[in-house]
Design a protein around this ligand. Structure first.
Ligand SMILES: Cc1cc2nc3c(=O)[nH]c(=O)nc-3n(C[C@H](O)[C@H](O)[C@H](O)COP(=O)(O)OP(=O)(O)OC[C@H]3O[C@@H](n4cnc5c(N)ncnc54)[C@H](O)[C@@H]3O)c2cc1C
Length: 366
């Protein structure tokens, strides 16, 4: 039902999208700024945020991403201090391949190690399968469910509102210059709208008359499989420098991924069993794990701008519209750093890790 748009907004900030991006920012804002978060699905994190490999790797990604990852680790460690159980647990990241590919990919916290050292850390690797290796000892696994739940509790305990089953389907300006946003038959008035729509971020922008930023969702599949000879539970995540596979020990077996990046529309992505079969054959050809039965498999969408950097900041042409999108394969590892950056921008402050220019929606190429 439509209601007349009042002069004062219901909320200063309305966040669209209840994945890790929207939740982290809402948690950062709650208590200081009124915030309402709208999620289209029945549950939070239903799309990409419940489908990740749950690893935070400081040496992974371009320099602004690495800086935000290091900041995110520090911020999550601060909040962990007040929790009964940890969110992060140590798990090294081991890159394997030929000399040139490993050298090309190794940066930041990754350092070269010998193949003998690599096989000591991951004895399941078949000797002779790879020439070179790099190791990031600062990498950690993340209990992403716990992290998102912690954000949810913080939002709600500080007066923020989270509403699910609210797909935003229309928006217009009020006479007072606010946004009148419609979602599942309900209306909300906000002075600033944050677009944390994941794979739908360009579609959300279009609803607000904002120019899309060429954000492209890419499929990525993962599975938990049984292994005849599983790697040690505290073994590293192992990834091919050619981006053909990665795996890591998991409580239920071994988590594997073909590391694919296949363009997709924004949708509820589904895995293809033949992709998992081909991946098991590949991993079995370079390790002694003997991968077998698939416990479960899934596909999520990693959404990227053409230059691979997240898109964060106020739109340069449409006032009151803020981008929080394009996190690609770095959404968890940059989450708290990006939330801190976005909150500072929304408050007109300078963030501790200032990569605002590199992530600006006004940068060239978008
Ligand atoms: C297989 C795989 C492995 C990965 N591994 C890692 C990893 O190890 N480490 C890491 O850091 N990252 C990883 N990622 C990437 C990470 O999962 C994503 O970057 C992150 O989850 C993106 O979060 P998001 O909140 O932007 O998107 P999403 O979680 O997709 O949330 C966006 C939300 O917006 C909602 N929405 C869209 N349109 C509307 C609308 N009109 N109204 C209301 N709501 C709307 C959607 O329903 C959705 O819930 C991986 C991804 C995949 C697929």
């Amino acid at each position: 039902m439509r209601r007349p748009a009042p002069g004062a907004p219901d909320t200063p900030v309305l966040i669209i999208g209840g994945g890790i991006a929207g939740l982290s920012l809402a948690a950062e804002l709650a208590g200081r700024t009124g915030v309402v978060l709208l999620e289209a699905e029945e549950v939070l994190g239903y799309h990409t945020s419940s489908r990740s490999a749950r690893q935070l790797i400081p040496s992974y990604g371009p320099p602004p991403v690495q800086a935000l990852t290091i900041r995110t680790l520090a911020l999550i460690r601060e909040l962990e201090a007040n929790l009964p159980q940890p969110i992060l647990s140590p798990r090294g990241f081991l890159l394997v391949g030929d000399e040139e590919d490993v050298r090309d990919q190794a940066s930041g916290h990754m350092h070269p190690i010998t193949m003998a050292e690599a096989e000591g850390l991951a004895p399941e690797l078949e000797a002779g399968s790879f020439e070179a290796a790099g190791l990031d000892t600062t990498s950690v696994s993340c209990d992403t469910g716990l992290l998102m739940d912690w954000h949810r509790r913080r939002i709600e305990s500080r007066g923020g509102r989270i509403l699910t089953n609210r797909r935003v389907d229309a928006a217009e300006r009020t006479d007072a210059g606010n946004w009148l946003v419609s979602a599942a038959g309900e209306q909300f008035v906000a002075s600033t709208v944050v677009n944390a729509g994941g794979a739908w971020a360009d579609a959300v922008a279009t609803l607000f008359g904002v120019r899309p930023r060429r954000l492209q969702p890419y499929r990525r599949t993962a599975a938990i499989v049984e292994a005849a000879n599983p790697p040690a539970p505290d073994g590293p995540m192992v990834a091919s420098a050619l981006d053909t596979f990665y795996y890591r020990p998991d409580a239920e077996g071994v988590l594997i991924s073909p590391s694919e990046a296949v363009p997709s529309g924004a949708e509820d992505a589904r895995h293809r069993p033949e992709d998992i079969d081909a991946l098991k054959a590949l991993v079995n050809s370079v390790t002694s794990m003997g991968l077998g039965k698939v416990h479960r498999a899934w596909t999520g969408l990693r959404t990227e701008a053409p230059d691979g950097l997240p898109v964060v900041g106020f739109d340069d042409a449409v006032p009151g519209f803020f981008w929080l999108a394009g996190q690609g394969g770095y959404g968890f590892q940059t989450s708290s750093g990006i939330a801190e950056l976005a909150a500072a921008q929304l408050h007109g402050e300078r963030p501790p890790v200032d990569v605002a220019e590199a992530l600006s929606p006004a940068r060239g190429g978008l």
